[in-house]
Design a protein around this ligand. Structure first.
Ligand code: SF4
Length: 372
């Protein structure tokens, strides 16, 4: 890899499209200095995510070109049983078949898996682009992990230049972006967009049904109410105040006809089954809050204080950020669905009422309807 590539990527302002949004040029410099291998993460690891599949199925040649510009030693990671895996394999590329579990596609879990270990996060004192050790003390070679969209963007910057890239988005978050829109929409799938785009516009493209809220960022993200959606843009600076980020690029629309607490319960139960079983707070804490939330949603008022107490204990205590993400998800649900929780504790459910009533609709700035 040349320093020219790093300069072009730095000038473009590309940040990682997999979640953490770290400046890609800094990662590339560390990879070059340490002669790091590259793993292209095409696992679509976040709930509902499909943009890695989109990049692989629509832009494979550019993806390969971008990867080879970064490192001479490249492998691709995709979930076992996925269409993405089939497409990468059919193209004759070296592919890591990652177990279909949430934390298995975490960066250090991919590096561990590439070295013959289980796909579980590894405790590390610095990024694995500098190398590290697995749980048994064996050496891990310096390895850079980049999300598939990030690698595709590198190829685009090589072709079109940094100024083209910066003609999209905002000065703080330049470049085109992919967003997966799922849930109560008539056209689920990938939207090609940029930072600063109104969220309501993204939902209109997907033809969202009347909704009560939107999950922004999947399991590690938060929730926005319908009025918040109508006034906020797809932009990190605007969304962080609400516990949401643009990181993984996922929007799940929660239709008005389903109980949001049921959805949150299912998501937390999924999270409880996903722990890699290495850290106590994660192994026991996540199932405990999932159970507490289910009890509260079922009308058990006594569980609420215990849920809040346990929630405060969860962040910052795992070897990876999985429990932090779950805590953020739950905090977002409690913020947006507080009134719904009160209703459940009083023996009501607004979705149940809605199923039997003609809803009234407000419209947002784009004329899109949401239930008021
Ligand atoms: S926090 Fe959970 S998922 Fe992360 S390493 Fe520990 S047990 Fe595994």
């Amino acid at each position: 890899m040349s320093t020219t590539l790093e300069h072009a990527v730095a000038e473009a302002g590309l940040t990682g499209r997999g979640g953490a949004a770290f400046p890609t040029a800094q990662k590339l410099a560390a990879a070059r200095e340490n002669n790091a291998a590259l793993i292209v993460n095409a696992c679509d690891g976040e709930l509902d995510a499909a943009k890695d599949w989109f990049v692989v199925s629509r832009h494979l040649a550019e993806l390969i070109e971008g990867a080879r510009a970064v490192s001479p030693t490249v492998s691709f990671a995709a979930r076992r049983g996925s269409a993405t895996l089939d497409q990468l394999s059919d193209a004759g590329l070296p592919v890591l078949e990652i177990p279909d579990r949430y934390v298995a596609s975490e960066e250090s879990a991919l590096v561990a898996f590439a070295h013959g270990n289980d796909a579980r996060p590894v405790t590390r004192s610095r990024p694995l682009v500098f190398g590290g050790r697995d749980a048994n003390g064996r050496r891990l070679r310096p390895t850079l992990v980049l999300n598939a969209e990030t690698v595709w963007r590198i190829a685009q910057i090589l072709h079109n230049g940094p100024q083209w890239f910066r003609s999209f988005g905002t000065p703080a978050e330049p470049g085109p972006r992919l967003v997966t829109v799922a849930g109560a929409v008539r056209h689920p799938g990938i939207v090609e967009t940029e930072a600063g785009t109104p969220l309501s516009h993204l939902l209109r493209i997907a033809d969202a049904a009347p909704y009560c809220a939107v999950n922004v960022g999947g399991l590690s993200g938060g929730y926005l109410s319908a009025p918040e959606i109508s006034r906020l843009p797809w932009e990190t600076a605007a969304l962080t105040a609400y516990g949401c980020t643009t990181g993984s690029g996922v929007l799940r629309v929660l239709g008005r006809d389903v109980c949001p607490l049921e959805q949150v319960t299912r998501t937390l139960e999924r999270a409880a089954s996903e722990s890699a079983g290495q850290c106590g707070p994660c192994m026991f804490g996540v199932p405990a809050i999932a159970s507490d939330f289910a009890s509260v949603a079922g009308g058990d008022r006594r569980s609420l204080a215990r849920l809040q107490r346990r929630l405060a204990l969860l962040p910052g205590r795992g070897a990876c950020r999985f429990p932090d993400g779950v805590a953020q998800h739950l905090a977002g649900a409690l913020r947006v669905f507080g009134a719904e929780l009160d209703a459940h504790l009083s023996g009501c459910c607004s979705a149940e009422l809605d199923r039997h009533a003609e809803p009234e609709y407000d419209t947002d700035d784009d004329g899109h309807a949401y239930a008021s």
